[in-house]
Design a protein around this ligand. Sequence first.
Ligand SMILES: Nc1nc2c(ncn2[C@@H]2O[C@H](COP(=O)(O)OP(=O)(O)OP(=O)(O)O)[C@@H](O)[C@H]2O)c(=O)[nH]1
Length: 904
Amino acid sequence: MTDKTIQDLAQTVGRPVDKLLEQVREAGLPQRNANDTITTEQQDTLVNHLKKVHGQDASGAGKITLKRKTTSTAKVASTSGKAKTINVEVRKKHTFTKPNPEQIAAEAKARVEAEAKGRTDEKVNQQTTQQPREKAENKAQATLDAMRAAQKKETVKAETSTTEVVVKRRSTNKPIKPIVVKPTETAEQKKAREAESAKLKATEEAVRRKAAEEAQQRTLEQMRQMASKYSNDDTGATIRVIDDSPLAAGLVGQAYEDSFNQEDREIKRGGATTNPRAGKKGGRGGDAQAEQSFSKSHHKRGLKTSQANKHGFEKPVKKQIYDVEIGEKIVVADLAQKMAIKVREVIKTLMKMGELVTQNQAIDQDTAVLVVEEMGHNPVLVSDTQAEDNLLVAAEEARGEQTTRPPVVTIMGHVDHGKTSLLDRIRRSKVAAGEAGGITQHIGAYHVETDKGIITFLDTPGHAAFTAMRSRGAKATDIVVLVVAADDGVMPQTAEAIDHARAAGTPIIVAINKMDKESADPDRVLNELTTKQIVPEQWGGDVPVAMVSAHSGQGIDELLDLILIQAELMELKASSEGAAQGVVIEARVDKGRGAVTSILVQNGTLNIGDLVLAGSSYGRVRAMSDENGQPIKSAGPSIPVEILGLPDAPMAGDEVLVVNDEKKAREVADARADRERQKRIDRQSAMRLENIMASMGKKDVPAVNVILKADVRGTLEALTVALDELSTDEVKVRVISSGVGAITESDVTLAESSEAVLLGFNVRADTTARQKSDQDGIDIRYYSIIYELIDDVKNAMSGKLAPEHRETILGVAQVREVFRSSKFGAAAGCMVMEGVIHRNKPIRVLRDDVVVFQGELESLRRYKDVVDEVRAGMECGLAVKGYNDIKALDKIEVYDVQMVKRSL
Ligand SMILES: Nc1nc2c(ncn2[C@@H]2O[C@H](COP(=O)(O)OP(=O)(O)OP(=O)(O)O)[C@@H](O)[C@H]2O)c(=O)[nH]1
């Protein structure tokens, strides 16, 4: 050992300079810089200091400390679903101790040497050079022995002095470099030491690698567990907890606790996290547990939560199969909810099946069944009206023997032919003398008692009410009395009434009224009726006819007799026992009294206090009166009554049923309200001509029902014949009503109740008809070319509709005044009633809603200015090109033609 600089020494011993300087300072030596010289004595002092620091003294066992730090990376899924890389550092420290006999020998040797020290100076000098080498040899030997001992895993405590070797791994790629005090040794010794050291190093490296791999494995396993817990992935990986891992005990244990706490909270709220069908107690239900597979591994943790033995936080590994109840229609979103899957999944499945729907759209039962099966669940078909059907069946069962009931009659006919007069006459002639002249109130119906029996009249004359009722599915009327004025004959509304009665399949009795009049010509009337396929009995047909006069009372009894005979033929029966069932005739909301509802009892007996379900409202009968305003306590079949007690006014034609369970009443009322809403939506699409084919398929005999209105009788007849000829064996065309003139509200009502399309040839719908058709979604088509109309119906029959030229009416102006000039011909001063009048669009001139001219405008002005358009509410002046016959009150209709691709 020679004097050298700190830097040189650091290089020799393989230590960083600053570390060495620190140790020098700790040893109490003066060197502070890398270039400072350290003498051999000072080097000895440093070695002795280091020995002391590392626990080496003259007496002690060999002690080896192995320190390891491994750094690895692991990928974990974060809660956001993204994978992220984290660094994992594992630190380990192992200390091995062993008694060192060599040290004892070295100590003895040192003692002998110390004795010899004082003998000669020469010897002293010699010893001075030998001592460090021997010390180093001893130390190296001790190190090797200690490492061997460590390799054999002998851990024996001893009081002898120890030598410390710190093996530190700096990086995973670099070999472990032990810090040793380098001995001065012979070549042989060096070789032996190196061989031994290499062997030890290899062994140690293997042990280290194994330990590091195990640690990494364990860490990764824990990471995976945590990732599967916190991610939304529902692959259902089973969680295994390694008890002796501090990480598992910490974070994973926390994850368990979190899960249980959350479940506890949900249970307290009454919800269930994992199984929506397992009732309020979450996953506790027996069935639910059978369907789910929960890992029991968490039991090992012995967590002290109340639910620890009952719940697992894993998602079910097995798919749950639901019984999905499907009514006649189901909204896509509801269907998805019943299967507990996302709506977009259902929409995707429907798209694959070729159905493009939105989540709020309803699909039919058949399609829904396919979707449910496709998604692996069980479809269960239920009727929408199940609850109602049950109520009706229960009411029917409670009913007793059926007896003959009075007929219910509706009087129809053309305006001013005497419907009201006839009803009054019948009523006056048949009410008890005491009541005559008394206060009668209009409740929409009354009944009369004749010698031969009771007859009930619905006293809302006209077919509008009749058809409105029918369109709600009610069949209140048994017989129609068709009033025709003897002096007027068959008029448009007479024909309409015939169509309505026929469409409903109701028998007709003709009353030829005003027979007292001199101009009465009953034969002409009968003739005209025959052209409408109403053949009187006296002419060999099947329609009874009575000649009456509402004024004189002539023939009234005869008419009543005919009604009763017809009723007898029809064998009308009902039972007066059991819960009442009937139909709403009229309903209104009266200030102070609330909803006032007129009901025609059709079966059973209605009593005060009964819980009545009418349409989508229900309530108890608080008060009940007859048609004379007399309070009554009960009413049997065919008796009209007025009741108070419903929360709101139902619609005419709504079914009425007495129920005894309020819950059921509410259930049915809600279901009806839903159905009503759905029906409105369906009707809007089904009533379109292009959808006629689809709805035809559902009928026994496919038929296209048509209501035809035309400008002139000749065209009407030609069209009717042409349409009749379109009928084939497979599909029929039925012109259920036809007439000359504008399309009226009544046409729209008939179209609605008969599921017919309304075709107008050179005619338009009047304002009320247009409003009603818009409101009810009834399709009205206008034509001005015969073959286009025929083609459309033909295509609708075959289910193939070519792209349609659809007209949109852009604006309507009414002619207020006509100015004539020799220069321009006729110029019309107009008021724009609807929309916008455009100068450059095609126009039609309408007179009484019938087209009289078709062409374009010559000019359009606001005051003196020529303008391109004029809006509703403004006046304008216009001239029609090539048409000078314009008149006051004519309408100028501006329209546009668009190509609309049709879909079925
Ligand atoms: N001479 C005579 N006139 C009658 C007879 N019946 C009704 N009238 C008259 O005919 C007119 C119309 O009678 P209504 O009973 O109002 O006829 P309606 O069919 O109910 O009329 P709308 O309610 O407008 O549809 C009235 O002026 C009646 O007086 C009858 O038998 N003989």
